[in-house]
Write a protein that binds this ligand. Structure first.
Ligand SMILES: Nc1nc2c(ncn2[C@@H]2O[C@H](COP(=O)(O)OP(=O)(O)O)[C@@H](O)[C@H]2O)c(=O)[nH]1
Ligand SMILES: [Mg+2]
Length: 360
């Protein structure tokens, strides 16, 4: 939905509902349009990530569908990425790169921008080292068109930039307290949506932000792509669609992720969205790690409203069973089940938000 020249991608992922839905949401968050999904049980094979036959199939699809790129939902070695790109003659964006692109797009503070750049340099360094290794072996002459000398210089450059960014980071961390005061001084209550990728945050964001759309520009302004203002019960509030939690996050990206997510600290109300149509085991696991992330960010749970989304896909008797099994009310007092897609129970959610704002 966010305007960008949407590049058309063929997505390679695992054949589970969760993997597919998460990968599509990630791809969309990064601004791509998924035009075809190829699923394979094993996408960690040595040469292309997928088997040779499958790779040929992808190549054919790229040309038949005139795709702009391949999104590969796994961490690829530089050589695998290169092999697949060379075979199919389009760019290959692997899971790591995809997440970095989302982070880059979402980082708003200086601090989070630096954290994302540091993660990016880590991603680059592995690739430069691989180029050096291959150049030394002379295995693939002309590989990336990079000689050992060039690679050494790039490596030094990356190390120099990393040191510089780490210094900058220190000074930004000191400024952080200041920022917070500034942000609060604009005085509008801020509602932040969070939760795992593909839980339905953006669907809910659009529903909430668009519904009370008034024409007066001064009242209803688009602040950034991900933050809008809306009128709730005669009161102007801000609503923000945050980056969201990502499963299988490479450890070196955790700092960048936490930093990008720290906008949650400025929120008056946090809406934690859970896909309630998933199986109980998956819901339990995600709820638990969501609460852990919120607690690491030192966000008080009484600021949070738990939204159980996609209720249109859950049978009535199942709802109660799931609620009982999870024992949700132990950790969260404000819980509401909704369907963002069909607008079910949104009024109830709005009332809960209004109540919560009154207390701030
Ligand atoms: N059935 C159903 N699907 C939903 C609902 N809300 C969102 N979805 C779908 O779930 C997918 C992920 O939604 P999205 O808003 O992009 O999730 P995000 O990654 O959390 O922003 C999309 O295909 C939505 O159409 C809902 O209430 N019911
Ligand atoms: Mg989204």
């Amino acid at each position: 939905m966010y305007a960008k020249d949407r590049k058309r991608a063929i997505l390679v992922t695992y054949p589970t509902k969760f993997a597919m839905s998460e990968a599509v949401s990630l791809a969309e968050s990064a601004g791509y349009e998924v035009i075809r999904i190829i699923s394979q049980k094993d996408i960690t094979r040595s040469k292309f990530g997928i088997g040779k036959g499958k790779a040929e199939e992808v190549k054919q699809l790229v040309s038949d569908l005139n795709a702009d790129l391949i999104i590969f939902d796994e961490i690829l070695k530089p050589s695998q990425q290169y092999n697949l790109a060379r075979l199919c003659k389009v760019d290959v964006v692997d899971r790591e790169k995809l997440i970095l692109e989302i982070f880059l797009d979402r980082a708003t503070t200086n601090e989070s921008k630096i954290q994302v750049k540091l993660a990016q340099l880590k991603y680059d360094i592995v690739r430069v080292k691989e180029k050096t290794r291959l150049a030394k072996l002379g295995e693939q002459p002309g590989f990336y068109g990079l000689g050992k000398y060039d690679a050494d210089i790039r490596l030094l450059d990356i190390k120099r930039r990393t040191t510089l960014l780490k210094k900058k980071l220190k000074s930004e961390e000191r400024k952080r307290a200041l920022h917070r005061v500034q942000r609060l001084s604009n005085n509008l209550p801020l509602i932040a949506l969070t939760g795992y990728t593909s839980a339905g945050k953006t669907t809910l964001f659009n529903l909430l932000a668009d519904e009370k759309k008034v024409t007066s520009e001064s009242v209803f302004t688009t602040l950034t792509t991900y933050t809008r203002s809306l009128i709730l019960n005669d009161r102007k509030v801000l609503i923000s669609d945050t980056i969201g939690f990502i499963s299988r996050l490479p450890p070196y990206m955790i700092e960048a992720f936490k930093s990008t997510l720290s906008e949650l600290n400025y929120a008056d109300v946090i809406i934690l969205v859970i896909d309630f149509s998933e199986d109980i085991h998956a819901i339990g696991k995600k709820l638990k790690s969501s609460l852990e992330i919120l607690s690491k960010l030192e966000i008080p749970l009484n600021k949070c409203i738990l939204v159980l989304n996609k209720i249109d896909r859950v049978k009535n008797n199942e709802i109660n069973d799931k609620l009982n099994d999870l024992d949700i009310t132990k950790s969260m007092t404000q819980v509401v089940s909704v369907s963002a897609e069909f607008g079910y129970n949104i009024l109830m959610l709005k009332e809960m938000i209004i109540e919560r704002i009154k207390q701030t």
